[in-house]
Structures are given as structure tokens and as C-alpha cells.
Design a protein around this ligand. Structure first.
Ligand SMILES: [Zn+2]
Length: 315
């Protein structure tokens, strides 16, 4: 079977690029090439200017792990909802400039697609250097690496190989430059398939409570399946993940969203025919609807509060 049939309804890399350009045009946005991947693919963001001038910026990024196609569907779902005149997106657009990155890791996406989703998880998750991009950010405050499972590995070939040094990869270095120039107030990084919202790791009581509120806003707005918040002031560790870097280095409210749920994934296939169908729902539509709702509520709530970084500073 060719990959297009095997992975339908998920688009090919070319299909995703065309759809992104089409949606950008429909919402009056512009395509911004903010860098180039290891294999020379453009790193593309859609910038949607606010209807009002001088608005804060928000960012929805997806697919930092190549196999997690559903995440990109949700990110583009925001643009599609805006194109279709969804009042929640029109409201958001009046309050903020929206940036969407449908694929942070286009090489991983292309590799997954070319293989029809059949292969080993580490090779689909990583960029073309075999690096887990979501372990490649600097650890806030120079925290020591954690030895907890999944926290990152120094061994090339491992699923969570963190790379030779922080921001060693063109995909993360380019995003870091974007963070610095655009100073996003809030961000969401979309993954699959745990059905959770994982805020940046913070230990200050007020920031921790703020994230609890933001995650609650997200979940309450989800019409089909509410995601639970995964956070702990004690057991979480810094592992070089994007949301921790965004919060602590760039003063952005930032969460990881794990679209799709473990239960739904196993209900879909007790034994998935490929790793791809473990991570992605056969029918993306209800999950896109579910999570676009959550994202609108989350961003709306985050726009009402002062950005972190100014938070604990004495008045
Ligand atoms: Zn992921």
C-alpha cells in the first residue's frame, strides 16, 4: 500500500504545505520561514495579524515529534476555524496576534510519511540527526540532567537522545530565535497521545496556581474529552522541554498538550498495525474540535494575566 492510502486522512508533507499556505491566505495571514531543517526543509509559521494594532502574540506549535501528525491537525484546525468565522477565533484575533507552526519537525514528519508509519519510534520521533527536539532546549537555571525514565538520554539512538548540547539542532535554535524576537505571551506545544495538559514546570506557588487555572480553562472548554493536568511541584524535573524553556527563558505561559487519549488509542487498536496508529486517531475531526475549543479557552485566559517573569518581581 502506498503511504498516502496507508496514512489517510493525514496529508503528505506536500499536502500539509499546500493546506498551510491555503489557510494562511484565507485568514489574511502570512507565511514566515523562520529557519531550515537539517535536511533543508523550510521551517514554516503562519502569522495572523490581529484586527487591532499592537496586540500581544500567542503561539501554537505542533509535531515536534515527527510521528505525532494529529498535533499538526489541531494546530491547523485553529486556522481553519478562523477561516470559517468561528466566533471564538474571531475574538482571539481581536485580542492577539496568532502564530501557528504546524510542523516543528518537518524531517520527522516526512520520514514517518515515507515509511507509511511502519518503523521504530525513535526514528520517527527525532529530527534527522536522531535528536529528540523536545529534550534539546537548555534546562532552566542550568539544572543538572535528570535520570528519571524519559527525561532524556546522552546516548545517540535512544528515543529521548538530547543531542550534543542545548539548541544544537537547527529546528530548536530557529524556534529559540523566534521566541526572542516575538516575545510570545502564551504558547501551546501539541503532541499525542496521553490526553493531558502539562504546564511548564514551576515551583513558585502563584505561578503554579496560575497554571492550574489555565489548565482548568482548557479542560472545561473541551466538548468531548477533558484532559487532565499533569503537574507536580516536587516530582516534575527539567528535561530540556520546550514549554519549560519558553516559560523560564522567554517569560511565556507555556503548556504541552497531549492530544488523543491512551484509552481511545487502545480502543482503536489493541494491537496497532504500526506505531503511527498508536499515536494518531483514525478520525481526527472530533479531536481537532475538542482541542481547538480547549486552546481558545486557554489562550483567552492567558491573555488576561500578566506574563510570567514580571510575576514575582516586587511592585
Ligand atoms: Zn510528543
Amino acid at each position: 500500500m502506498n503511504p498516502a492510502d496507508e496514512l489517510a486522512p493525514y496529508p503528505s508533507p506536500e499536502g500539509r504545505a499546500a493546506e498551510t499556505a491555503d489557510l494562511a491566505a484565507r485568514v489574511g495571514g502570512e507565511l514566515v520561514e523562520y529557519g531550515t531543517s537539517v535536511e533543508g526543509r523550510p521551517l514554516v509559521a503562519v502569522r495572523v495579524p490581529s484586527t487591532l494594532s499592537d496586540r500581544p502574540r500567542i503561539l501554537c506549535g505542533a509535531n515536534i515529534h515527527g510521528v505525532e501528525f494529529i498535533a499538526g491537525r489541531v494546530a491547523l484546525g485553529l486556522l481553519r476555524a478562523l477561516a470559517e468565522g468561528d466566533p471564538r477565533l474571531l475574538d482571539l484575533r481581536a485580542r492577539a496576534e496568532l502564530w501557528v507552526v504546524p510542523s516543528i519537525n518537518p524531517d520527522g514528519y516526512a520520514r514517518t510519511f515515507a515509511a507509511g508509519g511502519h518503523g521504530r519510534l525513535p526514528s520517527f520521533r527525532a529530527n534527522a540527526h536522531g535528536v529528540d527536539l523536545n529534550r534539546n532546549y537548555p534546562r532552566p537555571g542550568g539544572a543538572a540532567p535528570s535520570w528519571l525514565p524519559g527525561a532524556g538520554s546522552d546516548r545517540p539512538g535512544d528515543a529521548t537522545y538530547r543531542g550534543p548540547h542545548p539548541l544544537s539542532e537547527p529546528e530548536t535554535a530557529a524556534l529559540d530565535r523566534l521566541f526572542r524576537t516575538q516575545r510570545f505571551v502564551a504558547g501551546a506545544n501539541l503532541h499525542s497521545f496521553m490526553g493531558t495538559v502539562i504546564p511548564a514546570r514551576v515551583t513558585e506557588r502563584r505561578a503554579y496556581a496560575t497554571y492550574r487555572r489555565l489548565c482548568r480553562s482548557f479542560a472545561r472548554a473541551q466538548p468531548h474529552r477533558r484532559y487532565f493536568r499533569l503537574a507536580s511541584r516536587i516530582f516534575d524535573t527539567f528535561t530540556g522541554e520546550q514549554e519549560d524553556h519558553q516559560h523560564h527563558a522567554h517569560g511565556t505561559w507555556a503548556v504541552c498538550v497531549e492530544t488523543f487519549t491512551i484509552l481511545a488509542s487502545y480502543r482503536q487498536h489493541l494491537r496497532a498495525p504500526s506505531v503511527f496508529w498508536r499515536f494518531n486517531p483514525r478520525d481526527p475531526a472530533p479531536w481537532v474540535e475538542n482541542d481547538v475549543s480547549g486552546l481558545c479557552a486557554y489562550f483567552g485566559a492567558a491573555l488576561q494575566i500578566e506574563r510570567p517573569g514580571t510575576y514575582d518581581r516586587p511592585a
